[in-house]
Write a protein that binds this ligand. Structure first.
Ligand code: HEC
Ligand code: HEC
Ligand code: HEC
Ligand code: HEC
Length: 267
């Protein structure tokens, strides 16, 4: 008797093709029938998710104008927010500027009050949340005129952390409320004073820039429409300021100090 190598009963292994096709057909058929039965269900009356025909349509229409209606619609509250925001930015570059009745002395004093010295970062004269630079930039990028006050545009590139250099002028900063420390020497630092005007070659020649340009790259910040009154230029529409206003080379250079190695005594 020779041993039969093939199993005689059907075991686990490849399914027999004869049964697979009818089973698939049944599953697919049920899925198709189920889909159509499910999507054809009538709306449930009273459900807040179902829009019924009738009076409600007028109400819905008033909220959802067509695209053509939206073009001709009268503006309502908040609809012109972009124009309203732009109007807070003050005069544009083409507005006529008159320096009549302005006082440079007053404006320079108001400016100096917020600074340790000319060129120092001004302190912030209002409360801040310090949440992000984007918040400061909403008012201090192009500048903003609010309730009679003017948020000056910043004079430099939009850095990421404004409060790294600008600190709030009053409490909650602890500095002014602390008792003076007797072990500290009295501060005798005297900062730079602001220039009053630039030298001119002759009467109506363009004045030379009487200050450094570092951190003052955006000339319009101080001399544009949102700058202090007496410091505005009468020609904000011009673009290339340094084409006519020359820099003073002395101001842009670091003081020349003797190199330390020149003084070293070598053995
Ligand atoms: C809602 C608008 C608004 C926001 C936001 C705002 N400011 Fe101001 N800021 C003003 C106004 C208005 C003034 C002028 C206040 C005055 O003249 O009394 C001002 C003044 C300043 C000044 C003094 C500038 C100068 O030389 O006159 C600095 C510095 C300043 N803000 C920094 C900041 C920083 C930093 C932030 C973000 C943490 C910030 N501001 C957020 C409106 C704003
Ligand atoms: C690296 C330090 C530094 C950072 C960071 C910085 N500033 Fe300044 N900022 C200065 C200095 C310095 C000046 C003063 C420039 C001058 O008067 O020469 C100034 C000036 C200003 C002024 C006054 C311009 C004027 O009219 O005199 C405003 C407003 C201002 N910065 C807002 C901001 C805002 C908003 C941010 C964040 C996006 C910011 N600054 C980040 C250093 C900084
Ligand atoms: C942070 C503020 C600030 C910025 C930014 C700034 N200036 Fe000035 N500028 C001053 C101050 C303060 C004075 C001296 C007071 C005055 O003359 O208005 C001055 C004076 C001047 C004067 C002389 C005006 C006169 O009446 O004699 C010229 C010209 C000038 N700046 C050009 C520029 C140019 C160009 C830039 C851009 C590269 C610039 N400024 C950026 C603050 C600024
Ligand atoms: C085409 C040449 C020219 C250009 C460009 C120019 N200026 Fe002037 N600027 C002048 C002349 C000329 C004066 C003197 C005007 C006078 O005394 O009547 C002057 C005066 C000024 C003054 C003193 C106040 C005033 O208006 O009399 C300031 C500030 C000033 N310019 C800033 C600027 C700034 C900021 C820019 C760039 C936006 C600029 N200028 C671009 C020629 C120019």
């Amino acid at each position: 008797m020779s041993a039969d190598p093939q199993p005689t009963t059907p075991g686990p292994g490849p399914t027999r093709p004869g049964m697979l096709q009818p089973a698939l057909a049944v599953v697919l058929g049920l899925a198709v029938v189920g889909f159509f039965v499910g999507t054809d269900a009538p709306p449930i009356e009273g459900s807040p998710l179902v829009q019924s025909d009738g009076d409600n349509d007028a109400h819905i229409d008033s909220f959802m104008p067509t695209y053509s209606d939206a073009q001709t619609r009268a503006s309502g509250v908040g609809m012109d927010w972009d124009k309203e925001l732009a109007s807070l930015r003050g005069d544009g570059r083409t507005a006529t500027v008159s320096l009549e009745g302005t006082s440079k002395a007053d404006d320079l004093k108001a400016r100096a009050n917020l600074r340790a010295y000319d060129g120092a970062p001004p302190t912030i004269p209002h409360a801040v949340r310090q949440s992000s630079a984007a918040e400061c930039l909403a008012c201090h990028d192009a500048g903003m005129q609010l309730r009679g006050r003017v948020a000056r545009p910043m004079s430099h590139a939009p850095y990421a952390s404004c409060t790294q250099c600008h600190v709030v002028a009053e409490a909650p900063m602890p500095g002014p409320t602390l008792a003076p420390d007797a072990t500290f020497a009295t501060n005798t630092f005297v900062g730079l004073a602001s220039p009053v005007a630039g030298p001119r070659a002759w009467d109506i020649a363009p004045p030379v820039i009487p200050h450094r340009q570092f951190m003052r790259e955006r000339c319009m910040s101080c001399h544009g429409p949102n700058g202090r009154d007496a410091m505005r230029s009468t020609h904000p529409d011009r673009q290339q300021c340094v084409q006519c206003h020359a820099a003073q080379s002395g101001l842009e250079q670091r003081p020349v100090l003797p190199h330390p190695s020149a003084q070293e005594t070598r053995p």
